[in-house]
Design a binder for this molecule. Structure first.
Ligand code: CDP
Ligand code: CDP
Length: 204
C-alpha cells in the first residue's frame, strides 16, 4: 500500500510528536525532514559548502548528537533557503513518501512541494509564545543552556525566514487540515490526527 501522511508547520508545533505517534499506530515509516536540513546546517557550521554537503548527505550525518541545538536550528533555516540545497534533498524525500507500506513525513513543504498527492495533509501550528515555551522546556530538560527570550527569538526568526523564502516557503496546502494546538494538549492533537488518518484509510 502507498499512503503518505504529510505533516507541516512551524517549529515546536508538535509535528514530530504527532508524526511518531501516527507512525506507531498505523505501522508506517517516519521521516523527520528537519533533520536533513539540520545535518546540512551542522556541516556548514563546520566550514563545508552547504550545497556540496546536501548532495553528499549520508545517513550517518543524521545521527550526530548536536542536531537539536538552537545554533544548528538557525543554520538549518539559513541553508534551507538555498534552492540548490532543497533540490538535492527532494528525491530522497519523495522516494520515502511513496515507499511501500505507508509513510509519515514532517517538515515545512511536504504537502505543498515534496508530496502534493499525499493522502492526508495536516498543518500543525500554535502561537509563537506557546511554541517557544514548549521548546524552552524541552531544551532545558536536555541540559541545553538557554533562556525563554532567546528561544522565542530563535522561533520567530525561523518562522519569518521559512515563510518568506522564495523556494518552497512554509504554508498550509490548500487541502490541508489545520490543527492549532495553542490550547490543545498533545493527546488531543494526536487523537485529532488519528481521526483524519483513519477516515482517509476508510475511504480507500
Ligand atoms: O523541530 P523544529 O520544527 O524546530 O525544526 P525542524 O523541523 O528540525 O527544521 C529545522 C529547519 O529546517 C526549519 O526551520 C526550516 O528552515 C528547515 N526545514 C525546511 O525548510 N523544510 C523542511 N521540510 C523541514 C525543515
Ligand atoms: O516537531 P515539532 O518541532 O513541531 O514539535 P515537537 O518536537 O513534536 O514538540 C515540541 C514539544 O512540545 C514536545 O515536548 C511536545 O511534547 C510538546 N507539545 C505539547 O506539549 N503540546 C502540544 N499540543 C504539542 C507539542
Amino acid at each position: 500500500m502507498i499512503f503518505t501522511i504529510a505533516i507541516d508547520g512551524p517549529a515546536a508545533a508538535g509535528k514530530g510528536t504527532i508524526s511518531r505517534r501516527l507512525a506507531e499506530r498505523f505501522g508506517f515509516a517516519h521521516l523527520d525532514t528537519g533533520l536533513l536540513y539540520r545535518a546540512v546546517g551542522a556541516l556548514e557550521l563546520q566550514g563545508q559548502d552547504a550545497v556540496a554537503a546536501a548532495n553528499a548527505l549520508d545517513p550517518s550525518d543524521l545521527e550526530r548528537e548536536d542536531l537539536r541545538t538552537p545554533e544548528v536550528a538557525q543554520a538549518a533555516s539559513r541553508v534551507a533557503a538555498i534552492g540548490a540545497v532543497r533540490q538535492a534533498l527532494v528525491d530522497f524525500q519523495r522516494d520515502f513518501a511513496r515507499r511501500e507500506g505507508g509513510a509519515v513525513l514532517d517538515g515545512r513543504d511536504i504537502g505543498t512541494v515534496i508530496c502534493p498527492e499525499a493522502e492526508v495533509k495536516l498543518f500543525v501550528t500554535a502561537s509563537a509564545e506557546v511554541r517557544a515555551e514548549r521548546r524552552f522546556k524541552e531544551l532545558s530538560e536536555k541540559g541545553i543552556d538557554t533562556d525563554y527570550p532567546s528561544v522565542l527569538a530563535d522561533v520567530a526568526a525561523r518562522d519569518r525566514r521559512d515563510t518568506e523564502r522564495a523556494d518552497a516557503p512554509m504554508r498550509a496546502a490548500e487541502d490541508a487540515v489545520v490543527l492549532d494546538t495553542s490550547e490543545m494538549d498533545i493527546e488531543t492533537a494526536v487523537a485529532r490526527a488519528e481521526k483524519e488518518v483513519s477516515a482517509a484509510l476508510d475511504k480507500r
